[in-house]
Each structure stands twice: as C-alpha cells, then as structure tokens.
Design a protein around this ligand. Structure first.
Ligand SMILES: Cc1cc2nc3c(=O)[nH]c(=O)nc-3n(C[C@H](O)[C@H](O)[C@H](O)COP(=O)(O)O)c2cc1C
Length: 350
C-alpha cells in the first residue's frame, strides 16, 4: 500500500510545484494554478488513522474504488468506507507512480497522451462483478483536469460490468473543478447512472468530516440495513403453469416455518375426490406458537396435524380440531388447483 508522502514545509512544496509548472503547467483550459500536491490536506486526516487499501465491510451494498498517489483521495475513500462500513478496493497502476514530482508530471502526461490514442495503461486491479452493490463510489485525483490515468484504465476495462450501475464520483484536486473528469467518466462508462459528484480541493479537504456524510446522506447511502421484512412479506406465491396464485399467510409458527423452506417445488396430489390438494413437508412443519382447529373454506391452506401434511382446500369443508390454518389463497386463485389431477407447483416468497 502506498504511504502518504509528506513534505513538511508548505513553502518548500509550493516552490517545488511552481518551478515544475512554469513551462509545462499541468493546468490547461484556463484552470487555476495547482496548489502543492503534497500534504495539502493534512488537517483532513485528523481522527482517521485507518489504513487504506482493500477492505471488506459489514455492509455489502456499497463499494468504494479509488486511486491515490499522495493519499488525499485515499483519505476521502477511507472516510466513505468507515461511514458506510462497506467494501473498498484500491486501484493501482502496474508501473508505480514516480516519487519525484516533475517525473510524475511527465509520467501522467505520457499516459494521458496514450489514452487519447486509445492505449490505456496497465493496472493491477480488476473486479469480477458489481452485481451486489447499490452504489459504486469511484474516487481519483484530478490530473490535468482529467481522471487520474489508473482510474481511467479501470473504468475502461470494466465499462460493461458497470453498465446500469449507480456510480458516485469523488475527486481531489489542488484547485481545479470536477467537470472535465465527469465528462471522462460519462465517456468511459456511457451506460452507468451517475449520481451527484463530490470534489474536495486542497482548501476544502479539511472539511471532509462534514462534507462526506452530508454528501452520502444526499445520495441516500447509509450504513443501516434496509428495514426488516414486515408482516406482508410473510405472504407467498404459488406458481402453477407459469401463472401466479397469491396468498395471505397467517402470522403463526407453522406459517413462518413453511416460509423458511421456500422456494419449494412439489407435486400436489388430489385427496378425497377434489376436496383437497395435499403434500407432505419433510420434515413436518413446526407447530409451535400455532393455534389449532379450523372450519376450512375453499382456498384455505392448512396442516392436518395427525398426518403432518399440508392440505389446500378446493371446496368448503367441515370444522376439525386437527386442522391448522396457515394461510388463504387470494381471490379465486384456488380455481387453478381445482379438479382431481395432480398439479406441479412452486411455492416462493412474495
Ligand atoms: C500529474 C498531476 C497532475 C495534476 N493536475 C492537476 C490539475 O489539473 N488541477 C489541480 O487542481 N490539481 C492537479 N494536480 C494536483 C492533485 O490533483 C492533488 O495534489 C491531489 O490532492 C492529489 O490526490 P492524491 O493525494 O489522492 O494523489 C495534479 C497532480 C499531479 C500529480
């Protein structure tokens, strides 16, 4: 993992940068002067001593991807990661960054020129799938107003996998804006859905501790898991010949045990000449916390306690203390199960 490279005196860094930029100023298109790249946001690191690099979080809904040469973007990435408790991956160039700043400017300019010709630099990072993530956070330093080249290469290599994903860009610069790099991203991953971006510069990096949580909140990203399933989600669907029968389930122990076994494919057999469709769950359903006795109506889903079978009533029947109701088929859905034939069905959660 690359470590922060610090030059203790801001004045020294300013002088180094100024001399480096006099003729070959990296700032084009009327950009303001780049402030010293080294140590320009040290205050933003207060209270955040975590290591960067690859991390797996407890909240699997978000991924933070970043590249960073001197650690500023990395600190932003760490703050996003620790706020959301999510996964984080660092994107590294195959050819290491130059330590010397002037050499670094040449290195970056050469790679940007190559990218303009369609030749993306080699990187050592790849991701197989983004399927599990709601939002992918993409962080980079601004180089000559553009996305730093390792991240351009990453986006280029993963454009197909990122199609349709929500992407939130975050960037760090001396003073330049983020607009050109946003256009880079839209060109590299044209089918992604871009959220509002966040730029911190050398003069605003110190506000990271408030700016990042505010930004995450505006995106609706939080470390909270989605609400626990409510009572409605106890309900199940029964699929018959590609048609869906909906049900309303009871809130009792046997219904919850049945729900925990789904999805389930079974053959429902006729019982009593078109009165019931039955099958035998294996093992039998738990009857804890489940009231006994019912007078079945057509569409009722029940358990016959002495045999342990599930019985779906196709017509009204007489009351029995051995019958336990666990749900009811909505509307006239029972018509799809009526008759004396066996029926293959799939039970699944709604
Ligand atoms: C090759 C190169 C080009 C840069 N170009 C710009 C620029 O166009 N505008 C700007 O404001 N800062 C520019 N910078 C400064 C960096 O964006 C800034 O130092 C940033 O904080 C570096 O982030 P990092 O610590 O994550 O590497 C450039 C730095 C380098 C190394």
């Amino acid at each position: 993992m690359k470590k922060l490279f610090l030059i203790p005196l801001m004045l020294l860094a300013t002088l180094v940068f100024t001399s480096a930029c006099s003729e070959d100023d990296p700032i084009q298109d009327g950009q303001e002067q780049v402030t010293p790249e080294e140590d320009d946001g040290e205050e933003g690191n207060e209270g955040n001593n975590e290591e960067g690099g690859n991390m797996e979080g407890g909240n699997g809904r978000y991924l933070v991807l970043y590249c960073s040469r001197t650690g500023n973007t990395e600190r932003m990435a760490q703050t996003i990661q620790s706020t959301l408790d999510c996964d984080m991956i660092v994107v590294e160039p195959e050819t290491p960054y130059e330590d010397d700043y002037n050499a670094m400017l040449d290195w970056a300019q050469a790679e940007l020129d190559a990218i303009e010709q369609g030749n993306y630099p080699a990187i050592t990072t790849s991701v197989e799938s983004f399927d599990e993530y709601d939002i992918v956070f993409i962080g980079y330093p601004i180089w000559y107003s553009h996305i730093a080249t390792p991240m351009q290469a990453f986006l280029h290599n993963h454009a197909d996998l990122l199609a349709g994903k929500r992407i939130a860009l975050f960037a760090n610069s001396g003073s330049s804006g983020i607009g050109t790099s946003e256009r880079d991203a839209a060109t590299l991953v044209p089918d992604a859905v871009f959220e509002e971006s966040l730029l911190l510069t050398s003069s605003t990096l110190g506000n990271m501790a408030t700016r990042i949580p505010e930004w995450l909140e505006s995106l609706g990203a939080s470390r909270e898991e989605p609400d626990a399933p409510d009572a409605a989600s106890l309900n199940i669907n029964i699929i018959v010949d590609e048609q869906t029968i909906t049900t309303t389930m009871e809130d009792n122990g046997a219904a919850r045990d049945f729900l925990s076994r789904l999805p389930l494919e079974v053959t429902l057999e006729d019982y009593n000449n078109g009165t019931e469709k039955i099958f035998y769950p294996d093992p039998a359903l738990s009857l804890d916390d489940t009231p006994r006795g019912c007078e079945p109506k057509a569409g009722d889903i029940t358990i016959y306690e002495p045999w342990g079978n599930i019985a779906i009533f196709c017509r009204d029947w007489s009351e029995s203390s051995s019958l336990i109701k666990i749900g009811h088929i909505d509307g006239d859905g029972i018509s799809l199960l009526q008759g004396t034939e066996s029926v293959n069905v799939r039970f699944e959660r709604q």
